[in-house]
Design a protein around this ligand. Structure first.
Ligand code: GTP
Ligand code: MG
Length: 193
């Protein structure tokens, strides 16, 4: 990926606004504040192409990024943001559902989970939902710089067990701070572009 050829394309809320390109799309899903935008920046090699929120719940549209004409990243607004009203949550659900179930270009979802915590109910629901629709999933465990190396295997084990990951599903610890395992993440995604 050439950092200079990464471009923000559009913020969309419905399919009429989705960009029209022949490229495949990789969507990022995860709870609010898990590090989705930071992940996009890490893969881009750009500091600020995706806005990192000081306040959680900032991303409320599907944000499309052209990754050097190789694929598109789709930043999906985070779930589990407590301050959202019921009506906002419903709107969110409909928008995500429409994208995940109807979008032909979607080839894979990178689901981000904070490595420090057990997967939430929403994380498990999202994973099951993706499996139900047979959408390939790569699980990336973010903020790996925040736990010690010797605690890593146990945390990964808990996440794998709680999500009931299939053998073939990849689980990769990652940190946007030190970019550890960026090559592994790139190689996992390259299967889908
Ligand atoms: P929403 O758009 O609100 O859903 O959040 P997001 O998932 O896009 O998270 P974002 O990338 O904005 O990061 C949230 C906070 O976590 C920011 O303060 C980031 O700096 C921090 N953060 C993200 N990734 C990492 C990481 O790998 N390590 C550490 N230490 N902090 C991280
Ligand atoms: Mg974000």
């Amino acid at each position: 990926i050439n950092p200079n050829k990464v471009e923000f394309m559009i913020s969309a809320v419905s399919d009429a606004q989705y960009p029209d390109t022949p490229l495949k799309e990789i969507a990022l899903s995860g709870r609010s504040n898990v590090g989705k935008s930071s992940f996009i920046n890490s893969v881009s090699g750009r500091k600020n192409i995706a806005r990192i929120s000081s306040k959680p719940g900032k991303t409320v549209t599907l944000n499309f990024y052209n990754m050097d004409e190789k694929f598109l990243f789709v930043d999906v607004p985070g779930y589990g943001y407590a301050k959202q009203s019921k009506k906002e949550r419903e709107k969110w659900g409909k928008m995500i559902e429409a994208y995940l179930t109807d979008r032909k270009e979607l080839s894979c979802v990178v689901q981000l989970i904070d490595i420090r915590h057990k997967p939430s109910e929403d994380d498990i629901l999202m994973y099951d939902y993706l499996k139900h629709f047979e959408i390939p999933v790569i699980v990336v465990c973010t903020k790996s710089d925040k736990i010690s190396k010797n605690k890593m295997p146990q945390h990964l084990k808990v996440i794998r067990e709680d999500l009931e990951l299939e053998e073939t599903d990849q689980l990769i610890p990652f940190s946007s701070v030190d970019k550890k395992n960026l090559p592994q993440v790139m190689s996992a995604m390259s299967e889908f572009i």
